[in-house]
Design a protein around this ligand. Structure first.
Ligand SMILES: CC(C)(COP(=O)(O)OP(=O)(O)OC[C@H]1O[C@@H](n2cnc3c(N)ncnc32)[C@H](O)[C@@H]1OP(=O)(O)O)[C@@H](O)C(=O)NCCC(=O)NCCS
Length: 186
């Protein structure tokens, strides 16, 4: 289910206008994902989970270049507070847009696509965890009508790729999803 935005609607930022396509990742994308976004172990893990029906790895492409990604996690959450207060609510995780494509609506389009995918699967809400100092991302989510929950911050567990990583302190934001599907092509 490709989401192809007419190039005329997108700003010309480099040599050519962006030809945006957002779709679920395929196993054969792994090399391009690693080349363009790094994090080979992360993508291999998420593709494996997707194959087992445990989530959805959405990738934004500009022609053959992977320029953004988001992973929808609908397994039981790792974080105990999220398990307790948001049981059964899927998580929008690992949203990222390549630095040279930011501030041009790519993140917004990835989020909208993620919401539509969840709405179509019957989920009524979506949640996410955002590092407390990531003000720009928080502003983006607020603008898209995500609201912070009332249960305080949580420790976000980073992806374990075998290297030592700091635990992040995160705010949790939630959004009701009913009716997002009509936004699909915006
Ligand atoms: C957070 C992130 C995914 C947002 O992606 P993005 O593509 O820049 O998001 P958008 O362009 O949709 O919206 C962001 C900004 O661009 C602006 N914008 C959107 N469309 C625009 C357009 N066509 N022209 C100019 N600006 C535009 C928005 O108003 C918004 O304003 P801001 O710069 O004041 O925040 C990106 O910054 C990122 O990858 N950050 C690093 C990883 C990260 O923090 N991820 C979030 C984890 S919770």
């Amino acid at each position: 289910m490709a989401d192809v935005t007419p190039t005329a609607l997108l700003p010309a930022r480099r040599d050519a206008p962006v030809a945006l396509e957002i779709r679920a990742a395929k196993q054969t994308d792994i090399k391009a994902l690693e080349r363009d976004l790094g994090q080979a172990k992360f993508f291999a893990d998420r593709l494996k989970r997707q194959r087992k029906g445990k989530g959805l790895l959405l990738v934004a492409w500009d022609r053959k270049r992977a320029i953004g990604v988001a992973y929808l996690w609908w397994e039981v959450a790792d974080e105990p507070e999220i398990r307790e207060h948001l049981a059964g609510v899927p998580l929008l995780t690992h949203l990222e847009v390549s630095a040279d494509y930011r501030s041009h609506g790519m993140g917004t389009k990835l989020i909208h696509r993620a919401e539509v995918e969840l709405d179509q699967r019957g989920y009524a809400r979506v949640a996410l965890a955002v590092e407390v100092n990531n003000l720009r991302a928080k502003e983006l989510y607020s603008r898209l009508r995500y609201t912070e929950w009332e249960h305080g911050t949580v420790k976000c567990l980073p992806f374990d790729d075998g290297t030592p990583q700091a635990v992040e302190i995160c705010n949790v934001m939630v959004k009701r999803l009913r009716g997002v599907a009509p936004w699909r092509n915006r």
